[in-house]
Design a protein around this ligand. Sequence first.
Ligand code: ADP
Length: 435
Amino acid sequence: MFRKAHLFFTMLCGGTTSVIIIILSLFYLHTTQNNLYANAFHSFTNDIGTIAVSLEQSANISMQWLSGLEARNEYQIFVIDNGIPFLYNKLHDRDGADGQTLLAESLDAQNQTASGIRMETEGSSYSGIRHSEYEFRSPSTGQFYFCSLIDIQKDSSASQIVILSPLKSLRDSLHKQRLFFLFLNLAALVALFTFAWIFTGLVLKPLKENHEKQTRFIAAASHELRTPLAVILATNECCQNASVSEQASFFQTIAKEGQRMNSLIDDMLSLTHTDMQRFPLDKKPTELDTLCLNAYESFEPLCRKEGLTLSLVLPDAPIERCICDPDRIAQVLSVLLHNAISYTPSGGSVKLALNYHRDRRGSFEITVSDTGIGIDDDDKRHIFDRFYRAEKSRSTKGHFGLGLAIAYEIVTSHHGVISVRDNPAGGSIFTVRLP
Ligand code: ADP
């Protein structure tokens, strides 16, 4: 499910950004290439303007001057004197077309207005000279040219000069630019999709972890509920064939297992409420020393029954009141004391202590230490996880592995910290710090 979602979101993010980037870069490329073309045509018409001025001022057309013009600008120049083509140009034939054909094609293109002409300008700066510029594609060579047709009317003679500027190098560089853009776009797409894959992976990671946590929780909860339920069903079956005196003990077992299921469901509901951020906290100024004293009084008889010594250490001087939910903190104390008693063999001791640290903001520290079986370093990392039990054999005695998970949620929802360490005297010490 998450793999599909990962792929889907990668395609969505990567695809959307790629389309935007491609559209923008195509627009940019189109505009730049049009500008380059327009600038080249503009500089060609400027050149022709200058040439027209020179022609106007000189009495006759010098062949030497035309050769220089051709060599300098890589032009191909043709002269038509009184209607007779005078194939002057020395550079002709270089594109594989003979000059005659090229001249005919360029004149044809000038006569066509619809096809072959991309842009055209016309200039007439001086009385006897008219010129017009346009672009055309030679059908014989397939090459593109800017072409200028200069009409010179002097006295009784009429001559024309056709100047062709091949566009091969301009079109080559535009083609290279397009290839470069294509390469850039491909590189950007690869980078984008890689980024989208990593990014959506990071976004989905907490969801995936949460989903796995929920699945583990449901599996563990079902497993824990199945045991008492199996006992209830089996006892119920036995009850049907049992005598009245036996039935009383079976009913007791059913009630005990029902109670067990009830407390497990209560624990699970508490955790579900914390997950849904609906953990009701009724915070008020609370005397933690009184809370500790109450817990001590509640657990002292149980300790005595189990052969344990329970001691309470409170600060000598009166301490400030803690802003917390007294019922929830009492629940934490109950979990810690209940565990300490459960995991300490008879003859051991359990100590409940309260400390107040007068640091910058003031903090309360409650510790529950025991001289019990202690907790392995490996287990210490997991004991606050749901349904985690280092001592699996305790599961039948109302230990579902949820107590510390609930304590953790209560303490953290008070912005406090709960931790565990080894007791130098053997056993463990649980510490709760409340701001
Ligand atoms: P449980 O209901 O099983 O006690 P908890 O969440 O309260 O569940 O505790 C998780 C596990 O941590 C217990 O199964 C136990 O192995 C270990 N543990 C908790 N408190 C103590 C303690 N005081 N001494 C030794 N082990 C403890």
